[in-house]
Design a protein around this ligand. Structure first.
Ligand code: ADP
Ligand code: MG
Length: 326
């Protein structure tokens, strides 16, 4: 079976006025057809950079090395024509702020129909019929077809974005903080909807959030990112409840109260901030914040170690916790 997404040793460096910013530093992961993966981590850890790279949406001048295969096809060497065909039709992204992604002066039915017209060469009227079906699938009434984005609520606009992402039946949807700006109840509704839509259609999903509990509810596997690397990667429920990396554990304990927006922005169990990618500490990048760091953590650059097949964590303590299990 060809994975939908196969990322190998991906490294992404922005070149800003302050010099190089290594935002992604050697990430590898694969996603099988229909599989759901939650990508977690605080702001600045490189999640959006990774997502943007999958569809080559990074700013010009950004250095990208490694390999990204989408349905077996190399994204990094694709020509622009092929890339345009692949966007929407193979993989689509739902971003956080629908208001910035939607055209304010175009009726929503037309916007949902747009990728269908462009990518499938369907007549506009037929594409708009399909757009209305997609609206029904995401829980928007047909009379909303003629609405403009500003006439919709935030949750409804995110539903429009999801309808657009589904429009050309992609194999992969990446949802980058797609519901973070929404009220918690609406967020839960939209996530449940997204989860059922991808399951019905066997679409693979990468859901990005800083909230591990949200990801655990929605995804089969979790990847936790810190300072541009994966620090833990494994079955969602187990990583959430018995994290092997102290950073994942901190994130898991960070959002105790549903509806507590202050806690969502400022993780409780995690004092301090992630490091500036332009000035990373030596050794494990988490060691300055780690409540259980050993002396060796300041000097040892830890790579992912097997907790057991299908579950890995980049922590020097992993062999010890493994033995404790036996
Ligand atoms: P996340 O999505 O996890 O919050 P990002 O991928 O947005 O993280 O950012 C990772 C790092 O890359 C941050 O330090 C951010 O400041 C930096 N960064 C993001 N976009 C750019 C850019 N266009 N130019 C320079 N640096 C950037
Ligand atoms: Mg982001």
């Amino acid at each position: 079976m060809t994975p939908v997404l196969d990322i190998d040793d991906l490294r992404i460096t922005y070149h800003g006025s302050r010099g190089p910013i290594p935002a992604v530093r050697g990430v590898s992961l694969t996603l099988d057809p229909g599989e759901t993966l939650g990508l977690a981590g605080e702001s600045g850890c490189g999640k959006s950079t990774l997502a943007a790279a999958v569809l080559r949406l990074l700013p010009p001048g950004t250095e990208v090395t490694g390999r990204i295969l989408l349905d077996g096809e190399d994204v990094l060497t694709m020509g622009w024509g092929r890339l345009r065909a692949v966007r929407w039709a193979r993989a689509s992204i739902v971003f956080q702020g629908a208001m910035h992604s939607l055209n304010p002066v175009q009726r929503i039915v037309r916007q949902i129909a747009e990728p269908i017209v462009l990518h499938e060469g369907v007549e506009r009227a037929a594409a708009e019929d399909r757009a209305v079906e997609l609206m029904a699938a995401v829980g928007l009434p047909a009379w909303r077809a003629k609405s403009y984005p500003h006439e919709l609520s935030g949750g409804q606009r995110q539903r429009v974005m999801i309808a657009m992402a589904l429009a050309c039946s992609p194999d992969l949807i990446i949802a980058d903080e797609a519901t973070t700006a929404l009220d918690v109840m609406i967020q839960a509704q939209v996530l449940r909807l997204l989860k059922s839509l991808v399951a019905e259609r066997s679409i693979a999903l990468v859901m990005i959030s800083h909230d591990l509990s949200v990801l655990t509810d929605t995804c089969e596997r979790l990847a936790v990112m810190y300072a541009g690397r994966l620090v833990e990667y494994g079955p969602a429920h187990e990583v959430f409840t018995t994290a092997r990396h102290p950073y994942s554990e901190g994130l898991a304990g960070a959002f105790p109260t549903v509806g507590d927006t202050a806690a969502r922005r400022r993780p409780r169990g995690l004092p301090g901030d992630p490091p500036d990618p332009a000035a990373l500490p030596g050794g494990c990048p988490f060691h300055p914040r780690c409540p259980v760091a050993l002396d060796a953590c300041a000097t040892t650059d830890v790579t992912l170690l097997d907790v057991r097949p299908g579950w890995r964590a980049a922590c020097l303590r992993v062999p010890a916790t493994k033995e404790a299990d036996v």
